[in-house]
Design a protein around this ligand. Sequence first.
Ligand SMILES: NC(=O)c1ccc[n+]([C@@H]2O[C@H](COP(=O)([O-])OP(=O)(O)OC[C@H]3O[C@@H](n4cnc5c(N)ncnc54)[C@H](OP(=O)(O)O)[C@@H]3O)[C@@H](O)[C@H]2O)c1
Length: 336
Amino acid sequence: MIRPMAGQFLGKSGVRVSPLCLGTMSFGNEASPEVSAQLFRIARESGINIFDTADVYSAGESERILGKLIADCRDEIVLATKAYFPTGPDRNARGLSRYHIVRAVEASLKRLNTEYIDIFYLHRHDDETAIEETWRAIDDLVRAGKILYPALSNFSAWQGMKATSLCRSRGWAAPICFQPMYNLAKRQAEVEILPMCLNEEIGVMPYSPTGGGLLTGKYGATRRPDSGRLLDSKMYEVRYGSQSNFELAERFTALSEKYGHEPAALAIAWVAAHPAVSAPIVGTRSPAHLQVAIGSLDIELTYDSELYREIASLSTTPPPATDRNEEVSAHNFGSR
Ligand SMILES: NC(=O)c1ccc[n+]([C@@H]2O[C@H](COP(=O)([O-])OP(=O)(O)OC[C@H]3O[C@@H](n4cnc5c(N)ncnc54)[C@H](OP(=O)(O)O)[C@@H]3O)[C@@H](O)[C@H]2O)c1
């Protein structure tokens, strides 16, 4: 039985999304097609209606697997995919040129076995392609009905705001959603991206809410699991594998135990509690771990609560964009 999750509108759009999104980066990689099908079924039964993939996940296999799984419920799914990273050795098989975006969308539509992509993310900013070229191509794809809503991932706030302003000034379809990395170990988004999205009514679907597994209880100052993404992937080891992060994991696990919560669930609930956040994207290779992630919805954690502040105090709050850190203290000219 499908239990509808409450959910809310994504940004200024009229699309309602569940308060959790299932990420499918593991599909066709750590999760076999059979396990992927189990994960999809659990997500659907719990009421999750939004699913996140990308053309590069498992070299297209994630989209192929997801395309089969959504075949009999396509009209109840909000389907998100992405393009930017290389899909082949050719020098044009990457980036945000009109040339690549059009081919990437056609290829994703085939793999996903669908006629349109609901949310199409630019997976990263392209420093070498003119913004007008990218966004005119996106708007054409929207008008052609191949993309319903554009969105941005891994963009800085100024890059996102520049794209948004350009689209608004030209009457082009503007991004409705941001997908930043955001968790207790990676809080850069708090400085500019989350305030910008709140101010502009742009939805936010943060990825890696447990820091690739860092905040799930299995890592600590000296504790390591037998295997896990931070040990098996050089990229994630570089991103999260510092001693200070393992010490943060130790403190976070102790706090979770103090309050009787699963660390992974509390980490996701903490991300979800930020007022800018629409729905964290959870990812896993294991049905049991997905149930833990879904359990985050049962944790009552609000942005103005003592527990939220206690968790936030475990890691460093990033300095304000203006560097006027005295403005968050009593030693200030005063506020309005
Ligand atoms: N836009 C982007 O650039 C971008 C980047 C990354 C991800 N994403 C999207 O966001 C989704 C979620 O990101 P993520 O996978 O990085 O999320 P995450 O929650 O930070 O990391 C998930 C990983 O943590 C470990 N884990 C999760 N729950 C656990 C539990 N209860 N106990 C033990 N280990 C647990 C598992 O890894 P192990 O089992 O390997 O330890 C799992 O694969 C992805 O599927 C993808 O759709 C987007």
